[in-house]
Design a binder for this molecule. Structure first.
Ligand code: APR
Length: 245
C-alpha cells in the first residue's frame, strides 16, 4: 500500500462534505462470501451467469437456479460483516447524513453491520417474489413448498428478489444513487470489478460531475482509469484507515 496515496485519500475524506461509496462483492470477500469474477474462487468461474442469473436461466432450470440461491442464502447465515462493513457503519454513525452507501451486493452484510438507508441496486437475496405477475391466488407466504416454492392454484413460481442480467434496476433506488453520484465530492469504489452497468457507470457520473473518485481493490478493476487514486489492498484493511480520520 502506498502511504502517500493513503494519506491523500484520508485528507479527501476529511474535506468532502458528501461522500458516496459504491461497493461490490469484494467487500464481503473477507467475510467468506465468494465474489463473482475472481479467477478460481468467483462464482462465475464455476457457473455460467447466463444460466444462474437470468430469467431465461431460471425458467429453463428452476430447481437448479433456486437451489443455488438457497445454497448462497445458507452460506450467508453463517458469516459475519467484516472490518470494512463496520468501518462504513461507524462513519455513518459519527457523521450522520454525510455518506451515501450504494451497493451491488445482495448479501445484507452492510445492513447487519448497522448501515441504514443502503441503496441496494441489485436487490436482496433473502427476499422472495413471484416470477410472473401474481394473480389473486398467489400468496407468497402460503406458497407450496418446493424447489422453488409455487402457487398450487396457478403454478406461478417463487424466485429470489435479486436483479438478474437483462433486468431493470429498482427505479427509485437507482435514481437516488445517481443523485448521490452527481452531488458527492468524493466517491469510494470498493471491491467491485466495475464490469456491470449501470452500477459501474455511477463512478463515471461522479467523476464527470466533478467528484474525486478513489478505487479500493487488491487487483485491477475496470474503473481504475476513472479514478484519481487507486489504493491496492483488501477492503477490510484499507477502509478502516481511510474512514478513521
Ligand atoms: N477487498 C476489496 N476488493 C476485493 C477483495 C477484498 N478483500 N477481494 C476481491 N476483491 C475485488 C476483486 O479484485 C474484484 O475486482 O472485488 C471485485 C469483485 O468483483 P466481482 O466478482 O465482479 O463483483 P462485483 O463487481 O460486485 O459484480 C457486480 O455482477 O454478477 C453480478 O450481480 C452480480 O452484483 C454483481 C455484479
Amino acid at each position: 500500500m502506498d502511504e502517500h496515496s493513503l494519506d491523500t485519500v484520508r485528507a479527501w475524506v476529511q474535506e468532502a462534505p458528501h461522500i458516496a461509496v459504491l461497493t461490490g462483492a469484494g467487500i464481503s470477500a473477507e467475510s467468506g462470501v465468494p465474489t463473482f469474477r475472481d479467477a478460481q474462487t468467483g462464482y462465475w468461474a464455476q457457473f455460467r451467469a447466463e444460466e444462474m442469473a437470468t430469467e431465461e436461466g431460471f425458467r429453463s432450470h428452476p430447481q437448479r437456479v433456486w437451489d443455488w440461491y438457497q445454497y448462497r442464502r445458507d452460506l450467508l447465515q453463517g458469516v459475519q460483516p467484516n472490518a470494512a462493513h463496520h468501518a462504513l457503519a461507524d462513519f455513518e454513525r459519527r457523521h450522520p447524513g454525510r455518506l451515501t452507501l450504494i451497493t451491488q451486493n445482495v448479501d445484507g452484510l452492510h445492513q447487519r453491520a448497522g448501515s441504514n438507508g443502503v441503496l441496494c441496486l441489485h436487490g436482496d437475496i433473502f427476499e422472495d417474489r413471484w416470477l410472473d405477475t401474481p394473480r389473486s391466488c398467489c400468496h407468497i407466504r402460503h406458497a407450496s413448498a418446493g424447489h422453488p416454492p409455487y402457487c398450487d392454484r396457478c403454478g406461478n413460481l417463487v424466485r429470489p428478489g435479486v436483479v438478474w442480467f437483462g433486468e431493470a434496476l429498482p427505479y427509485a433506488t437507482f435514481e437516488a444513487a445517481e443523485q448521490a453520484a452527481r452531488q458527492c465530492a468524493l466517491m469510494l469504489v470498493v471491491g467491485t470489478a466495475g464490469a456491470v452497468y449501470p452500477a459501474a457507470g455511477l463512478a463515471h457520473q461522479a467523476r464527470s460531475a466533478g467528484a474525486r473518485v478513489v478505487v479500493l481493490n487488491p487487483a485491477n478493476s475496470e474503473l481504475d482509469g476513472a479514478a484519481h487514486a487507486v489504493l491496492r489492498g483488501a477492503a477490510g484493511a484499507l477502509l478502516p484507515q481511510v474512514l478513521s480520520a
